[in-house]
Design a protein around this ligand. Structure first.
Ligand code: ATP
Ligand code: MG
Length: 431
């Protein structure tokens, strides 16, 4: 082949060994979400471009430079591959009037698309678990969402993820702070980098988030939003913190935590680890009380967060987790015409009995087939020749233990296999 086709840069194939790990992860995640009564929702991967400009804000990194946008050549519509899920989720909730009978807890998982420079922990197609609670005003739901993250880390056996929180207050509070912040930054214009200068008018809060070492000193000393918060905002923040303390969850207030999306207010939080290099934020979220009205609904409070799946899985592996093996229970080898037909019957009967089977397909010598059986990870091989088939029997051979191969009548096979698999588990210490 003269030219091999390759995946788009920053978009990864997830191969079977890895994909099995993803599935095991997703099983844990779905159980965890059910434990908090969150229900699934699935939105399209493509949305009208204006949705994101309106929801996320035009002066954000995402809308300014990271979106995959294109024109539908059939009807001229402006479309975008979703860079995050909250905007589409709110759109769906409004379109289908899901809040008509009260607040809702919703989740989704799937790919998001951002045109960023690919590096470890940063991809152009990546995956998020998005968790959204709409119609809840109090600090209880914010705290519950944070607690629930801690439980997922525990369920996965993850350590060393620290919690940072902040409050962004309300719009009027942010406006006062913003005016003082811009004045302060203008006084120090000579140390601002190009990015910061560009943001000075459009999104000055984001400058506080800068990682440029040359700017750390002035950013540290900048006016802190938290000092501009009024009584109500402070009470909400105190409410969240009280519940975190009750639950014994350590946290740090990071006054520079501002988040990259415009729709947040009051509580914001991030879960960060030092074990993944500079892409250490594995989960981020907060309150977005203005977004539902901003997208045309009745004003409704809401709070949510998103987990970066690639980053969390990288941490899971970093901390020693390996995928549980998921080979078949039984591999069926067979030779001869009658044997092949009998093997089909045997395989389906064993699946009826609840076992996972790999039926050898494509022929080959018994020896070659046994090699395959061994490589499949199966515990047992069922071996069928024409002689066995004629007698309505099979040979049963343990592949991982030293036990003898023996003949078993078809109608006793499921029971015999059950005993052998069950015994093995007992030897391993049982379940
Ligand atoms: P960052 O500051 O790392 O760019 P962000 O503020 O843009 O993050 P959010 O939009 O809040 O990220 O997304 C929530 C989470 O999704 C992040 O904390 C991260 O774990 C993950 N994430 C975001 N962008 C990417 C990406 N390009 N590749 C992999 N994971 C990502
Ligand atoms: Mg980003």
């Amino acid at each position: 082949m003269s030219q091999t086709l390759q995946a788009i840069r920053g978009m990864n194939d997830i191969l079977p060994d890895e994909a099995e790990l993803w599935e095991q992860f997703e099983e844990t995640v779905i159980d965890w979400l059910r434990a908090y009564a969150y229900r699934p929702i699935r939105m399209p991967l493509v949305e009208p471009t204006p949705l994101f400009a309106r929801a996320i804000g035009t002066a954000t990194d995402i809308v300014e430079k990271e979106m995959y946008s294109f024109v539908d050549s059939l009807n001229g519509e402006q479309l975008t591959l979703r860079p995050e899920g909250t905007a589409g989720c709110v759109r769906a909730v409004l379109e289908h009037n899901l809040l008509y009978d009260g607040a809702k807890r919703l989740y989704y998982l799937g790919p998001m698309f951002r045109h960023e420079r690919p590096q470890k922990g940063r991809y152009r197609q990546f995956h998020q678990i998005g968790v959204e609670a709409m119609g809840f005003a109090g600090p209880d739901i914010d705290a519950e969402q944070i607690l629930m993250c801690q439980r997922l880390w525990d369920d996965l056996g993850l350590a060393d993820i620290r919690l940072e929180i902040n409050s962004l207050g309300q719009t009027e509070e942010r406006q006062k702070h913003r005016a003082d912040l811009v004045a302060y930054l203008e006084e120090h214009a000579e140390v601002l980098d190009a990015d910061a200068r560009r943001r000075l008018q459009s999104n000055p809060l984001r400058i506080l988030d800068s990682k440029n070492p040359a700017m750390q000193e002035i950013v540290e000393a900048a006016p802190k939003l938290i000092e501009y918060l009024g009584e109500e905002s402070l009470a909400h923040f105190a409410g969240v913190q009280a519940l975190l303390k009750d639950a014994g969850i350590p946290y740090r207030i990071n006054p520079r935590l501002v988040r990259g999306l415009d729709y947040y207010n009051l509580t914001v939080f991030e879960w960060v680890t030092d074990q993944l290099g500079s892409q250490g934020t594995v989960c981020a979220g907060g309150r977005y009380d203005g977004l539902i009205a901003q997208l045309g609904g009745k004003t409704q409070p809401a709070c949510g967060f998103a987990i970066g799946v690639e980053r969390l899985l990288a941490l899971w592996k970093e901390q020693g987790h390996v995928a549980a093996s998921v080979g078949p229970d039984v591999y069926v080898v067979h030779q001869g015409e009658q044997a092949a037909r009998f093997a089909f019957r045997v395989a389906e009967a064993l699946r009826d009995a609840g076992f996972a089977l790999q039926l050898h397909c494509g022929g080959g010598s018994f020896k070659a087939q046994m090699k395959r059986a061994d490589a499949s990870g199966a515990e047992l091989a069922v071996i069928i020749g024409d002689i066995e088939a004629a007698a309505n029997e099979v040979s049963l051979k343990p592949l991982r233990a030293t036990a003898e191969q023996r003949r078993v009548p078809f109608d006793q096979l499921a029971e015999a296999i059950g005993e052998l698999l069950f015994e093995e588990e007992d030897e391993d210490g049982g379940i």
